[in-house]
Design a protein around this ligand. Structure first.
Ligand code: LMR
Length: 397
């Protein structure tokens, strides 16, 4: 019966982290998956989350509504859109989702069902690999738009603008709110303004992927600039929020999908369809993570503690960037390495090629993505020199 089932390719991100787990070398280093580690290389439970967990001890384990906790949904939208909401909440529908992936998936299915047939979802080149899977598995056509310039290791702004211009009107553009994954390269506010203007002319639809709010600059409002700009510019738009990284709730699968429409009269029908899809897929979302986020965001003291912790986490990563760059430069490794400090967020897109990555993995047991993406959170004072030595060897080979 099942003899014809072909083996699927290993996931380019989670597959690498699995390989790391199986490696028995004492020197092994995991800089693959985007998950925060403290200065000792340990996973970190945020203090605000710990405090919220104490308060939630013994909370009921009943089913949630299909669309999740109403207060969590409101707080999530407010966190992202802030002052730009300004009465627009009537034209927004938010549902609690299984983190960012769940939000993207529900949103993309909505696009397939209710946007004109053939609407294409444009994904940056490169992007988080799962964007492509989500579109493919949801039966939605996808294409790529220019984003990264390997020469400058920065943004190919003109190429991006050309692709926005040449895409059929009414296309969906997946845009990373901030701290672009995998490149760590974001448009400047002025470039965002130009992107929004052109997208408006083309009647494109932004789909903001918001996995790193608070991780780019350590400032929640600053990091939300692009989403607020699009909302203020009058777009109908989608946003997928993940609370995996900024609350450290990776395994709790906590997130939200918000859709903004022009007319509040469409909201009840839109919500009814979102609920129908959720019910058919997994009935209702899990309780714990959403209650934690709700508890933190509805208590000013816990919110302050959270913001302080975000500054510590994003600050440590900035520190690591500088140390990695200095260690590579000290070893006189050919090439320019300032992009490591110029890029922002959890990752650096090193520019190492697949052969060099293979040397790091096979010879040094250092696990990073084949694209050369390094999750900086996995680096600390105990392994940074070892990684810099290995990079020097790989580049020289
Ligand atoms: C990553 O890019 O490493 C994270 O977003 C984890 C994931 O699910 O891929």
């Amino acid at each position: 019966l099942f003899s014809g089932v072909p083996t699927a390719p290993v996931d380019p991100i989670l597959g690498v982290s699995m390989a790391y787990k199986q490696d028995t070398s004492p020197q092994k280093v995991d800089i693959s998956v985007g998950a925060y580690r403290d200065g000792d290389g340990k996973p970190y439970v945020l203090k605000c989350v710990f405090e919220a967990e104490k308060r939630l001890l013994g909370a009921p384990k009943e089913y949630l509504p299909i669309d999740g906790i109403p207060e969590f949904n409101k707080l999530s939208a407010k966190l992202l859109y802030g002052d730009a909401m300004n009465g627009k909440e009537k034209r927004m529908v938010t549902v609690q989702t299984l983190s960012g992936t769940g939000a993207l998936r529900i949103g993309v299915i909505f696009i397939r069902k209710y946007l004109p047939a053939g609407t294409t979802v444009y994904i940056s080149r490169p992007s988080w690999a799962n964007h492509h899977n989500i579109c493919k598995e949801s039966g939605v056509p996808s294409a790529e738009y220019t984003y990264y310039d390997p020469q400058t290791k920065g943004l190919n702004f003109q190429g991006m603008m050309n692709d926005i211009k040449n895409a059929p009107s009414g296309s969906v553009f997946v845009l990373h709110l901030c701290a672009h994954n995998p490149t760590g390269v974001d448009p400047t506010p002025e470039q965002w303004n130009q992107i929004a203007q052109l997208m408006k002319e083309k009647r494109h639809i932004p789909f903001m992927d918001c996995a790193y709010q608070g991780y780019a600059s350590g400032d929640l409002d600053r990091d939300a600039y692009s989403a607020r700009l699009f909302l203020n510019s009058g777009f109908e738009m989608f946003s997928a929020q993940s609370f995996s990284k900024n609350f450290g709730l990776y395994g709790e699968r906590t997130g939200a999908l918000t859709i903004v429409t022009h007319n509040e009269k469409y909201i009840p029908a839109m919500l009814s369809q979102l609920k129908m899809d959720i019910r058919a897929m997994y009935s209702s979302p899990p309780t714990h993570g959403a209650r934690l986020v709700q508890t933190v965001l509805s208590d000013p003291q816990l919110t302050k503690l959270w913001v302080d912790e975000l500054k510590v986490m994003s600050g440590r990563i900035k520190d690591v960037r500088k140390k990695l760059m200095d260690a590579i430069v000290q070893r006189k490794v050919p090439g320019t390495w300032n992009h490591i400090v110029d890029q922002i967020g959890m990752f650096t897109y090193t520019g190492l090629n697949p052969q060099q990555v293979e040397i790091l993995v096979k010879k040094y047991h250092i696990y990073l993505l084949a694209s050369g993406r390094v999750s900086l959170a996995g680096l600390n004072d105990n392994n940074i020199n070892y990684v810099a030595d290995a990079i020097a060897d790989a580049v020289a080979s």
